[in-house]
Design a protein. Structure first.
Length: 337
């Protein structure tokens, strides 16, 4: 385990997590990452080894996950890029952190306490609102990236990733212990909690897992599809949807015991989903795909997106716009429908 601290870099202005939780499975995305890794033009080669490098074009780089909190938006991506916007995605400030590895997910419990995860099983933590981060876990010789992180409160959380990797903390991320989800080694892409307290994991090859005891034990749910799921979106009580490859979306109203398909009229892979402020469901994915549906009678219609840009994450702004994150950084959109 490694533990290092670094303070925030100065302000940066916008110059103009790979699926959000399934980065390692897509050759085209890995090819894109190889181009970024091979290019030294964007970086100051004299920067301290092991720390992310201040980059003028970081807001245009591959951004894989994002989270909105009361005072702004945090996003993470390739080369350890961690960016913050206090003006709903109009401008961005890069924060230097103690890793250069690709970061795939970020979460905040409150405005001061947050975590980010990525390749080499790296886990970063901040307790001062993102102004400084420490590395609380990493495994440089482990080829299993972490793909998502979820916290119930400031102390108890899980990080999940490739080949069945699951880590648990009970002390706010200072120490982590391995957790067995199943005997298989399917990639674990996304974790979510329903309003009644059940925990769910969306996984590779159609696998869906549920815990009814706060993550102490897990069991596999019957699956409606053998392609990978990249996200789970809890609705009310035992209702939830899962989404993933080729535009497949399924809904369950009994905690995942039975499922039925929802029409989407797309074959684009879906990578992220949120509940909008008006109660509608928004799903986002490759080829600039944005789908909106009603929770009560869930059928989806396409709305204009950011061109052909692959979207790995999306957040809604207080002014009811959207910020999409992906292979070209971040793009702001008006949500006028």
């Amino acid at each position: 385990m490694n533990q290092e601290t670094y303070s925030a870099a100065g302000p940066m202005h916008r110059a103009g997590r790979c699926l959000q939780r399934g980065l390692c499975q897509f050759p085209s995305v890995m090819a894109l990452l190889a181009v970024f890794w091979a290019s030294g033009a964007l970086f100051n080669v004299t920067a301290q080894a092991g720390f992310s490098v201040p980059a003028r074009l970081a807001p245009r780089s591959l951004l894989i996950d994002a989270v909105s909190i009361d005072n702004g938006i945090w996003t993470v991506g390739e080369r350890g890029h961690v960016l913050f916007s206090s003006d709903h995605g109009r401008t961005w400030r890069q924060v230097q952190v103690p890793t250069r590895t690709t970061l795939t997910a970020v979460t905040f419990y409150d405005d001061r306490t947050g975590w980010a995860v990525g390749h080499e099983a790296v886990i970063l933590r901040t307790t001062d609102g993102g102004e400084s981060w420490i590395r609380v876990h990493d495994e440089p010789d482990d080829d299993r990236p972490l793909l998502d992180i979820w916290f119930q409160d400031a102390l108890n959380g899980f990080a999940v990733g490739a080949y069945g990797l699951c880590l648990r903390t009970r002390d706010g991320g200072t120490s982590w212990e391995p957790v067995r989800i199943s005997d298989d080694e399917w990639h674990l892409h996304h974790m979510a909690r329903s309003k009644n307290g059940r925990l769910y994991i969306a996984a590779e090859a159609g696998h869906i897992y549920r815990s009814d005891d706060g993550g102490d034990t897990w069991h596999s749910l019957p699956s409606p599809y053998n392609g990978s799921f990249f996200g789970i979106l809890p609705l009310n009580e035992d209702s939830l949807i899962v989404f993933g490859l080729r535009g497949h979306v399924y809904r369950s109203d009994d905690g995942g015991d039975t499922w039925y398909g929802l029409p989407t009229n797309t074959i684009a892979t879906l990578s992220d989903g949120i509940i909008l402020s008006d109660g509608r469901i928004l799903l986002a994915g490759l080829a600039g795909t944005l789908l909106v549906g009603q929770e009560e009678n869930t059928s989806f219609e396409s709305i204009p997106g950011p061109g052909r840009m692959g979207i790995w994450a999306v957040v809604q702004t207080p002014e009811k716009g959207l910020v999409c994150f992906g292979e070209r950084g971040s793009v702001r959109l008006d949500l006028d429908r």
